[in-house]
Design a protein around this ligand. Structure first.
Ligand SMILES: [Fe+2]
Length: 134
C-alpha cells in the first residue's frame, strides 16, 4: 500500500490523511487491509463515444469489509480522470458497498477512478484504464 499525501509527509502513517492506493492490482500481493478497502472497478477496456456502458465499483471484492455500525463504507464516487460522474452513499448493515453506474463519455484521457470512504480507514482509490473510440 502507498499513500498519496504529497507534501504532508508527517502524516505518512495516518490512513485518514490523504488517499490510499494499492501498490499492485494483483490480490496475491495485497495485504488484508488493502483487499478490504481498495475499490475494484469492473468496466469494459474500450467503449464507443457517447454509448452507454455499465461500471460496477465494489469494495471488499477481494476480502469482505466489515459492515457494522462502528465500521462501514460510507460512500463510493466515480470519476473519468478528474471529471466527477456520480456517487452512492451506503448505510451500514443494510446495504453492501457495491455501486453500479451507467456512463456515457465523449472522451477520456486515461482512466476511470473510484474512491471509497471507510469511517475508520479513510479514503481509498482504485483505477481502471479506459479508451473511448469514435
Ligand atoms: Fe475499514
Amino acid at each position: 500500500m502507498r499513500t498519496r499525501r504529497e507534501d504532508v509527509s508527517e502524516c505518512a502513517e495516518d490512513l485518514q490523511c490523504g488517499v490510499n492506493v494499492a501498490d499492485s492490482t494483483d490480490p496475491q500481493e495485497m495485504s488484508d487491509l488493502v483487499k478490504k478497502h481498495v475499490p475494484v472497478i469492473s468496466a469494459p477496456d474500450t467503449v464507443k463515444k457517447n454509448e452507454c456502458f455499465e461500471v460496477t465499483v465494489e469494495v471488499g471484492k477481494h476480502l469482505a469489509h466489515p459492515n457494522d455500525p462502528d465500521h462501514f463504507i460510507g460512500f463510493v464516487e466515480l470519476y473519468a480522470d478528474h471529471r466527477y460522474l456520480g456517487r452512492m452513499d451506503f448505510t451500514h448493515t443494510t446495504t453492501c458497498p457495491v455501486a453500479k453506474f451507467c456512463v456515457q463519455l465523449d472522451h477520456i484521457h486515461k482512466e476511470l477512478r473510484a474512491f471509497e470512504w471507510c469511517n475508520i480507514h479513510g479514503t481509498w482509490e482504485g483505477v481502471h484504464p479506459l479508451t473511448v473510440t469514435e
